[in-house]
Design a binder for this molecule. Structure first.
Ligand code: ADP
Length: 216
């Protein structure tokens, strides 16, 4: 089944929408990839604030849609409750609407997206069309047994053991291939996700070539 188009068709061409202002520093378009429970959400919001870019979490967006009982939320619910990925078309439409907002033109941190190679290809096509390609794909690496321990403590609706097993399966089969996808493009940087939140955050900053807030 082919996508109608990557995201919402042709990227905007107006000068004001073409992307970062020339010469502006610290413009960052990045994605954070990692298994469920890797700490993507916490680290992403902290990192996005540090970099001064919006934090876009597809998990949060989908949970908001479910809580508001929008058509998207109602369609997504069955997949999320089973620990399966929401179909690419639904996620791509949702992300398209967000990513084309003016606050994303100068940079963004995508958390939980892309999660399939098809999503990554659609994102690349969109960003290249705008002349603003992705800067970095960060992997937050956490072993499966640690993931299971963390999610067991967290207790969100989709953290029940059977659902966690399915989410891990989805990660291994659909999302891990993204690591090779970004490695081949020279964009991948892997960070050890074990340790305290501050330790992991400092590693993420180092992977981005920035010094830790505690060291500066
Ligand atoms: P986690 O990383 O802990 O699994 P998220 O909050 O990122 O949690 O995602 C929760 C659920 O939302 C996923 O298990 C999946 O069903 C759905 N989801 C989130 N992002 C995507 C995406 N990019 N593509 C498909 N499904 C997604």
């Amino acid at each position: 089944m082919a996508l109608v188009s990557p995201f919402c068709g042709s990227p905007p061409r107006h000068a004001a929408e073409r992307g970062p202002t020339p010469g502006r520093k610290n413009v960052m378009r990045l994605v954070l990839i990692g298994p469920p429970g890797a700490g993507k959400g916490t680290q992403s919001s902290r990192l996005a604030a540090h970099l001064g870019v919006p934090h876009l979490s597809t998990g949060d967006m989908l949970r908001e849609a479910m809580a508001a009982h929008t058509p998207l939320g109602d369609q997504a619910r069955a997949y999320i409750e089973r620990g399966q990925l929401v179909p690419d078309e639904l996620v791509l439409n949702m992300v398209c609407q967000r990513i084309t907002q003016p606050d994303c033109h100068a940079g963004m941190l995508l958390d939980g997206f892309p999660r399939t190679v098809r999503q990554a290809e659609a994102l690349d096509a969109y960003l290249h069309g705008r002349g603003t390609p992705l800067d970095v794909a960060l992997e937050l690496a956490v072993p499966d047994d640690e993931v299971v321990r963390r999610l067991d403590k967290r207790g969100r609706d989709d953290d029940r053991p059977q659902v966690v097993a399915q989410r891990l399966h989805a990660y291994w089969t659909a999302t891990r291939p993204l690591l090779d996808y970004y490695r081949q493009r020279g964009l991948l940087r892997s960070v050890d996700g074990l340790g305290t939140m501050d330790e992991v955050f400092a590693r993420l900053l180092r992977a981005l070539g920035r010094s830790s807030p505690h060291c500066s």
